[in-house]
Design a binder for this molecule. Structure first.
Ligand SMILES: O=c1[nH]cnc2c1ncn2[C@H]1C[C@H](O)[C@@H](COP(=O)(O)OP(=O)(O)O)O1
Length: 167
C-alpha cells in the first residue's frame, strides 16, 4: 500500500483540498474535485472523488469550520501517474510544495518510520484524518495504528524534554 499526502505552503503536512468557494454554490465534493485539479492536477475523468468516498466529517466550533475528508483508492500504477502529474499543477510551488508517500511501517527501533512521520506538524485535523484513512482502508490494523500513535506520543515527550534541557 501507498498513501499520498502533501507538503503545504505553510510548512504543514496535509491532504489536497481547501475551502469551498463563496460565489457560485458548490457542494463539498465539487469543491474537493476543483481543489484536486488546482493543487495536484488530478485527471477528473478517471479519478474524481464521489460522495461515497467520504470517510470523516469534523466540526471545529471555534474556527466555525466543517471539514469533510474523502479517500480514493487507486492501483499502484495509477498512484504513480497521479504523483507525476502534480509537477504540472497550477498551484505547484505556491500551495503545493511536494507530494510524499507516508512511511506505513515502523522500523526495528520502534520509532523510525510511521511514528516519526506522525511527529510532523499537520494542517487542521489532518493527522486524525490520516489515521482514519489507514484503518478504514485496512492498510494497518487498529492495534498497529494505536502502537505507532503511542510511540509518537513518547517521541513528542522526549522532544519536549530536550527543549526543556536546552532552556
Ligand atoms: O489536510 C487537511 N486536513 C484538515 N484540515 C486541513 C487540511 N489542509 C488544510 N486544512 C485546514 C486549514 C485551514 O483552516 C483550512 C483551509 O486550508 P487551505 O489549504 O488554506 O485552503 P485553500 O486552498 O486556501 O482554500 O483547512
Amino acid at each position: 500500500f501507498s498513501l499520498q499526502m502533501q507538503s503545504r505552503f505553510d510548512g504543514n503536512m496535509g491532504f489536497p483540498g481547501g475551502l469551498m468557494d463563496k460565489g457560485p454554490q458548490e457542494t463539498p465534493v465539487e469543491a474537493l474535485n476543483r481543489e484536486l485539479v488546482e493543487e495536484i492536477n488530478l485527471d477528473l475523468s478517471r479519478f474524481a472523488c464521489q460522495q461515497e468516498d467520504i470517510l470523516l466529517t469534523h466540526v471545529n466550533h471555534s474556527k466555525k469550520l466543517v471539514t469533510y475528508f474523502y479517500a480514493k483508492e487507486v492501483n499502484l500504477v495509477e498512484f504513480s501517474e497521479i504523483e507525476k502529474a502534480v509537477l504540472d499543477s497550477e498551484e505547484w510551488g505556491t500551495e503545493t510544495f511536494g507530494v510524499l508517500r507516508v512511511p506505513l511501517f515502523t522500523m526495528s527501533d520502534g520509532y523510525r518510520g510511521f511514528p516519526v512521520f506522525l511527529a510532523n506538524k499537520f494542517a487542521g485535523n489532518a493527522r486524525i484524518q490520516l489515521l482514519k484513512a489507514i484503518t478504514a482502508k485496512n492498510i494497518l490494523s487498529e492495534d498497529e495504528v494505536n502502537t505507532a500513535y503511542r510511540k509518537y506520543l513518547e517521541l513528542q515527550q522526549k522532544t519536549e524534554d530536550i527543549y526543556r534541557f536546552d532552556d
